[in-house]
Design a binder for this molecule. Structure first.
Ligand code: TYD
Length: 134
């Protein structure tokens, strides 16, 4: 798999549902940054990879599709459950498609924002991943 799907610990009772990700249990790294996508339009986003960054992506509301690509093959995951996260490592091209208007996508990242960590050119990504295992 080009990503790791994780089920977060949940506590449901008559008041509702509480969902947890903590270091070592649903969260494999220390978080230095969070960001979230709201007011989503049905327009694709992403189209980049990272040299180093690791992320946990959670769809807190609504749904979208994430497409992952290691330069050899692609995998798509449909995100529509706030308790099911996707852990994404480095050197994976990612695209996000089919956002519902109510989609809220939360991303927890192990590094601060650094444009130098981005690979935004797909041909460069293919060049860098050439020779990597399928
Ligand atoms: P962009 O990389 O285009 O978003 P996506 O991956 O969803 O396609 O980011 C949009 C803008 O936000 C861009 O100008 C960079 C800026 N940005 C930050 O300043 N800090 C951040 O942590 C992130 C993720 C983006």
């Amino acid at each position: 798999m080009l990503y790791e799907k994780i089920s977060l610990k949940q506590f449901s009772d008559e008041r509702g549902r509480l969902t947890v990700a903590e270091l070592g249990d649903g969260l494999p790294f220390l978080v230095k940054r969070i960001y979230f996508l709201t007011e989503s339009q049905d327009l694709p986003r992403g189209y980049h990879a990272h040299h180093e960054l690791r992320q946990l992506v959670l769809c807190l509301h609504g749904s979208c599709d994430m497409v992952f690509d290691n330069g050899r093959r692609k995998e798509t995951v449909h995100l529509d459950n706030p308790c099911e996260g996707v852990i994404l490592g480095s050197m994976i091209w990612r695209e996000m498609h089919n956002f519902t208007r109510d989609c809220v996508l939360l991303v927890l990242a192990d590094q601060c924002y650094d444009e130098k960590d981005y690979i935004r050119n797909y041909d460069e990504f293919l060049r860098l991943t050439k020779g990597d295992p399928a």
